[in-house]
Design a protein around this ligand. Structure first.
Ligand code: ZN
Length: 198
């Protein structure tokens, strides 16, 4: 087990576009993914992108906690630890919803972010095998957040209205925000409510 250092907002690697993985079967990629799983779970978070651990490659790890998955899609059972190599996301329609996101690279903060509700995902899995699927709800939001890291985009750059952005300790004083608390790659303890409109 190796825990990797997580870059915080302001570090140039978080605003850089990451490179595609040339050889997904390179053992170094599997080692990176295993270390990213360890780092994400230790943080704790539900997603982590390679640039967040100072590696400029298009690799994302995540899981969807039980109860966070949409009923229709995963039967509410969640999604096990997963890795995406060279992911490409495509919105399936123009529908968006709004929910609160946090990020391991902006510790202690959160904000309301609009995201597409339904997306197509094409990627290689951790064995280098290509796959494609459609995801929705929290799963779709999580992947949009993580894949944005591969293009140097942090969630505040996706916000329409920065008045909902701030430190959780201060925001928790505002009742109106507690209905839509949702964490993306942020700490588990922030995940106190429902993801936007499902
Ligand atoms: Zn993040």
């Amino acid at each position: 087990m190796a825990l990797l250092k997580i870059a915080r907002m302001g570090h140039p690697i978080l605003s850089s576009v990451a490179d595609p993985v040339d050889d997904p079967t390179d053992p170094a990629i599997l080692t990176l993914i295993e270390n990213m799983f360890d780092t994400m779970l230790d943080a704790p978070g539900v997603g982590l992108a390679a640039p967040q651990v100072h590696v400029p490659l298009r690799v994302v790890v995540y899981y969807v906690p039980e109860g966070r998955a949409t009923e229709a899609e995963e039967g509410g059972a969640g999604v096990d630890l997963s890795a995406l190599i060279n992911p490409v996301l495509t919105p399936l329609d123009a529908d968006t919803d709004m929910a609160r996101e946090a990020c391991l690279s902006l510790p202690g903060m959160s904000g309301l972010v609009p995201r597409f509700k339904r997306i197509g995902v094409q990627a290689l899995d951790l064995t280098g095998k290509p796959f494609a699927r459609e995801v929705s709800g929290y799963h779709a939001r999580l992947l949009q957040h993580e894949c944005d890291h591969l293009d140097g985009i942090l969630y505040p750059m996706r916000m329409d209205d920065l008045t909902s952005f701030g430190y959780n300790e201060e925001l928790s004083l505002r009742e109106s925000d507690t209905d839509d608390q949702a964490s993306v790659d942020g700490p588990e303890e922030d995940m106190t409510g429902e993801v936007g409109a499902e």
